[in-house]
Design a protein around this ligand. Structure first.
Ligand SMILES: Cc1cn([C@H]2C[C@H](O)[C@@H](COP(=O)(O)OP(=O)(O)O[C@H]3O[C@@H](C)C(=O)[C@@H](O)[C@H]3O)O2)c(=O)[nH]c1=O
Length: 183
């Protein structure tokens, strides 16, 4: 398992080793010791799974305050473009995002720290699986609109399908003003 830094501080891409044989494949999807060695001492308290057909965007989501979450995300099958946006108040990369293709063939993962909005665009029907460091807390949920002009994310899907909730998030500028400059 390789844990790689990205251009955004505290965001990591993780590449597990996949063992293939005549029966299929095997991989370790999480190793506490290796994460600790990389300085990631996250305590996970909830695992989630979703399924989405191609063309869907979920996001961009976060939980605020004491309910903010670290997420370790990957796809079990399928392919998505996964995106995390830095919303940390005092970050030099506030408003910057990191995007990576998560691919069921590679089982690569993204480690998304607290203070980030997260979302993904489904390129191929995907089973999406992730660990969270804080429990779901509906009242602490927030978001940024997926097609924010300032972020200008190229999601790689035309006319995406979104939930009503995901069509109604504010843009980055409104979030910045209303949150007092970030999370
Ligand atoms: C996220 C979540 C949802 N739910 C419920 C609420 C709702 O009725 C139903 C679907 O919820 P949502 O529409 O928010 O699901 P979804 O859009 O998949 O939300 C997820 O999106 C990605 C991008 C993330 O980063 C996640 O943290 C999470 O916010 O599931 C839970 O019970 N527990 C949870 O942890």
């Amino acid at each position: 398992m390789e844990i790689k830094e990205t251009p955004i501080k505290d965001v990591y891409e993780i590449y597990p080793r996949i063992f293939k044989d005549g029966r299929g494949y095997f991989l370790e999807t999480y190793r506490e010791d290796l994460f600790k060695k990389a300085g990631l001492n996250t305590h996970w308290v909830q695992d989630n799974q979703s399924y989405s057909v191609a063309g869907i965007i979920r996001g961009l989501h976060f939980q605020g305050g004491e309910h903010s979450q670290v997420k370790l995300v990957r796809v079990v099958s399928g392919k998505v473009l996964d995106v995390c946006v830095d919303l940390r108040k005092d970050s030099s990369t506030f408003g910057k995002y990191h995007a990576v293709v998560l691919d069921g063939e590679k089982q690569n993962m993204l480690y998304v720290p607290k203070g980030f909005a997260h979302g993904f665009a489904v390129w191929e029907d995907a089973v999406f699986s992730y660990k969270c460091s804080a429990l779901y807390h509906k009242e602490s949920e927030g978001g940024i609109i997926w097609n924010d002009m300032e972020l200008n994310i190229d999601w790689g899907v035309a006319d995406p399908i979104l939930s009503e909730k995901d069509k109604s998030w504010p843009n980055l500028e409104t979030f910045r003003t209303e949150s007092g400059k970030g999370l």
